[in-house]
Design a protein around this ligand. Structure first.
Ligand code: CA
Ligand code: CA
Length: 485
């Protein structure tokens, strides 16, 4: 009794745990996704020439997770894992999944609530625009859905830099292209998505809201208006770290699994003198997306909800821009899984950085705790981030896990990245001395104890590939492997 009174007093004078919402005054949630955004963000330091003033100010407003990872290094399974709160190794959703198929999966499985529907079932008004699930609003997973506003378009009549060498018999053409297009920002889907979100922020809401805004740049094609290209001097840009013989110490299965045949590779970009142009285009798209995020943040600040809204910003995975002879996500390496994650909101400390290894699957339990909502019927595999929001140095015994296809897994702790493929071959990188993952230590006898420790954290069970998740993606990984035999 006496102890309780002391705690209450401490909280009242501001020394206690962060007081998360009581049921009566639940905060709103502004949930911002930026597609294919890696750490080329000012506050993350992934590229010295990146310009992202709006995302940077959001980071200063709250907590930036500097070692955050997706659950899968491609759009569909990453987003499904986040919204179900379970890893692909549990759900079997390893490949792309159409929104309607995700709904079918949920229905067939039963006893499972996606995050957006769970919030709607518990008193929230849920709204979505742009890309949140793989194709947008999750086929009815939000009460109001503004759609994707034209998805990755508009596109020029003729591709600007596409090379037919990327044509893949099985998958056809890639979206990959770059260059200044169209003329005006307000022709861009993300500009229209921001408009849609701004209109919702200007409304009177009589229930707490969950507003999800999914920006679609910097996903390919890297087209934005000329003015964004003009912010970067192409020939003065820093080039990502690249070592020509880097893959020599990667097991053959790793070389195969981590290949994206529909994309240019670094050797192509060098031979065709396109690498600086690609970097410029990606940075231009990032800066454009940042500007649209800024418009939404400004609208929140001008609204009655400025002081009672949790803001979360995340990307669905990272992106290689030439590192390891690779452009795209679709690898188990650090570049593909490391992405921005930041959380700001009422009663939360500002200007914090957390270096603990965290995952996008941690968001579901985090937001439930911050809003005092009950747990959904399924077991959430993530861990609430609130201890780290309260104290960035809090004990965090968890690793971040990435699944890419059946039984291919990466694990990240504060220092190392461990990768193991379905045939048992593996990679180990020490980020303390090797941030570019150039030196595979897996076969080094001195690393045996570290490898063993990571192996004890691998999933005990790998769910079989779900019939609802595109299996041609598995065939694609298998075909890659055949090519390397
Ligand atoms: Ca993506
Ligand atoms: Ca290497």
């Amino acid at each position: 009794m006496y102890f309780k009174i002391v705690i209450v007093l401490l909280v009242a004078i501001g020394f206690g745990p962060i007081p998360f919402a009581s049921a009566a005054e639940r905060p709103n949630i502004l949930f911002i996704a930026v597609d294919d955004l890696n750490d080329f963000v000012g506050c993350m330091g992934g590229h010295p020439d990146a310009v992202t003033p709006n995302i940077d100010r959001l980071a200063r407003r709250g907590t930036l997770f500097t070692n955050a990872h997706c659950a899968a290094p491609i759009c569909g399974p990453s987003r499904a894992a986040l919204m179900i709160g379970q890893h692909p190794a549990t759900t079997g959703i390893y490949g792309q999944i159409h929104d309607k198929d995700l709904q079918r999966y949920i229905k067939q499985r039963g006893q499972t609530a996606m995050m957006s529907t769970w919030f709607a079932d518990h008193g929230y008004h849920t709204m979505c625009v742009g890309k949140i699930y793989h194709q947008g609003g999750g086929a009815g997973a939000f009460e109001e859905d503004g759609g994707r506003m034209g998805a990755f378009g508009p596109k020029p009549a003729k591709r600007m830099n596409y090379d037919p060498a990327w044509f893949d018999n099985k998958h056809g053409h890639t979206q990959t292209d770059w260059g200044a297009f169209p003329d005006r920002d307000d022709d861009m889907p993300d500009y229209k998505s921001a408009d849609w979100a701004i209109q919702r922020l200007q409304r009177q809401h009589d229930k707490p809201f969950f507003l999800a805004v999914g920006m679609q740049r910097p996903h390919v094609p890297w087209h934005v208006p000329q003015k964004w290209f003009d912010k970067f001097q192409r020939d003065a840009l820093a080039m990502p770290a690249y070592q020509r013989d880097d893959l020599a110490d990667v097991p053959p299965t790793g070389v195969a699994v981590n290949e994206a045949p529909m994309m240019p590779d670094t050797e192509w970009a060098i031979a065709n003198k396109q690498w600086p142009a690609i970097i410029q285009a990606y940075l231009a798209c990032v800066m454009f997306a940042d500007a649209q995020v800024g418009r939404v943040l400004d609208a929140l600040d001008d609204s009655p909800y400025a002081d009672n809204t949790i803001i979360v910003l995340w990307s669905d995975h990272g992106y290689h821009l030439g590192e390891k002879n690779h452009f795209s996500k679709q690898t188990l390496w650090e570049r593909s899984s490391h992405m921005p994650l930041m959380i700001a909101g009422p009663n939360l400390p500002a200007d914090q950085r957390v270096a603990a290894p965290v995952s996008l699957v941690d968001l579901y339990p985090t937001l439930l705790e911050m809003t005092s909502l009950p747990s959904p019927p399924q077991t959430l595999e993530g861990h609430s981030l609130t201890p780290l929001l309260r104290d960035p140095a809090a004990d965090w015994p968890h690793m971040a896990m990435v699944n890419y296809g059946w039984k291919n897994t990466a694990l990240r702790d504060a220092r190392y990245r461990y990768i193991q493929y379905d045939d048992g071959s593996n990679e180990l990188y020490d980020h303390q001395v090797d941030p570019n993952e150039w030196h595979n230590l897996a076969d080094d006898p001195a690393s045996a104890a570290v490898v063993e420790r990571f192996q004890s954290h691998l999933p005990k069970r790998h769910a079989k590939w779900s019939q609802f998740s595109r299996y041609d993606f598995n065939e694609y990984l298998t075909a890659n492997r055949e090519n390397h035999r």
